[in-house]
Design a protein around this ligand. Structure first.
Ligand SMILES: NC(=O)c1ccc[n+]([C@@H]2O[C@H](COP(=O)([O-])OP(=O)(O)OC[C@H]3O[C@@H](n4cnc5c(N)ncnc54)[C@H](O)[C@@H]3O)[C@@H](O)[C@H]2O)c1
Length: 353
């Protein structure tokens, strides 16, 4: 029986992955780890409670993670755990460095000392920084150029994982960089669930600045399927040429090639709720140092692993909006526990709205 260790399991993507994994691998033992930080939500585990062992632990705590590896002996490890909210990273960057950088190293170290069949480090398009207007897209060989505290901490974790790939080539560690995800169970501090949950309470959708920032959007189920495929693919040894060409490392960029501005996302969500976009958008001061554009090239994962997205934004956004409409109890509980989740950068200060 294969043993899966999934970290960050009570967050948005980790929980979606667990729900899918329980179906994909009905005979597997699944160990879910999360320290239940700000974005952690134990209720996200409810649909698979009877299929998982839950361990509340911090991935940056080597002793705690080594004990979990010893107890369960995982075959497959997927490390989703990270602090993930760009606004919150501006307020408290230290927590991001601990989870996203040190946590990545501790997880790689555990998989080195207690070898696993495969380990996927889940990373983000944002480590490449901001894509210039007119530039086509980022790819696995692009330099890391993170400029926000969230993405810089993720890039620090990525660099350490790249070092593990090349220093300990017998360790089967892989990495993904994914576009922005949308889907169910996302904390309503992120654009789409914030828009829906505001509208359902008769509030406007707050849009930073003019809303022309553009993002590359992928349905969370497609991201999870890509990760599962990366986890289970037999990969050739890393060639010597990877020393100067990171595109040859076991790194896979994941995207549906779907570039949409924040303003357009807000308009789509509002229209799905049959409201007038002209009346329901509120422009608020932009957060400092806001990346303006991301887009990533998925050709490597498509051509070498045969992955393709199954959802397109146009036809899937409505279903996601309806999930939040139909699961009001889920997000009302989050808001009751955490309070309102917006930020006000009027004075470029640190005031939560
Ligand atoms: N959301 C996106 O659009 C997106 C896109 C590409 C990549 N990613 C990456 O995917 C991963 C998951 O993102 P998400 O959107 O689900 O984030 P999330 O914030 O919803 O969930 C992250 C989870 O990790 C947990 N966590 C954080 N630090 C931890 C630690 N030190 N120990 C144990 N648990 C810890 C949190 O409690 C939370 O439950 C992250 O690594 C993120 O960088 C996210």
């Amino acid at each position: 029986m294969a043993v899966y260790l999934v970290t960050g399991a009570a967050g948005f993507i980790g929980a979606n992955y667990l729900h899918l994994l329980a179906d994909w691998e009905p005979d597997a033992q699944i160990v879910a780890v999360d320290y239940i930080g700000f974005a952690g939500n134990e209720a996200n585990l409810d649909p698979v409670r009877d299929r998982i062992a839950f361990e509340k632990a911090d991935i940056a705590d080597f002793d705690a993670m080594a004990a979990i590896y010893r107890r369960y002996g995982p075959d497959y490890v997927v490390n989703f755990a990270a602090e993930s909210h760009n606004d919150r990273a501006i307020v408290s960057p230290g927590a991001f460095m601990r989870s996203n950088a040190m946590g990545a190293q501790v997880m790689a170290e555990c998989s080195r000392l207690m070898p696993v069949t495969a380990h996927v480090h889940v990373s983000t398009i944002e480590v490449y920084g901001e894509l210039a207007q007119g530039a086509q897209w980022f790819h696995e060989g692009s330099p890391l150029n993170a400029k926000t505290p969230y993405s810089a901490a993720k890039a620090a974790g990525d660099q350490m994982v790249r070092a593990y790939m090349q220093t300990y080539p017998e360790l089967s560690i892989r990495m993904t960089h994914c576009a922005n995800n949308y889907g169910p169970y996302q904390m309503p501090e992120k654009l789409i669930p914030m828009a829906v949950t505001n509208l359902l309470r008769g509030r406007k959708v707050p849009i930073y600045g003019d809303g022309s920032q553009s993002r590359d959007w992928l349905h969370v189920a497609d991201h999870c399927a890509a990760i599962h495929r990366v986890l289970h693919t037999h990969l050739d040894p890393i060639p010597a040429a990877a020393a100067t060409d990171p595109a040859l490392l076991p790194i896979f960029d994941v995207s549906g090639r779907c570039e949409v501005t924040n303003m357009e996302v807000a308009r789509r969500v509002i229209a799905e709720l049959e409201l007038d976009p002209g009346e329901w958008i509120e422009h608020i001061p932009d957060r400092p140092n806001h990346d303006r554009r991301y887009l990533i090239d998925p050709r490597k994962i498509e051509s070498t692993l045969g992955w393709r997205p199954e959802h397109d934004f146009e036809s899937s956004i409505g279903e996601v909006v309806r999930w939040y409409r139909d699961n009001r109890g889920w997000w009302e509980k989050v808001l009751a526990e955490k309070g309102e989740l917006g930020f006000d950068w009027t004075d470029a200060g640190v005031v939560e709205r």
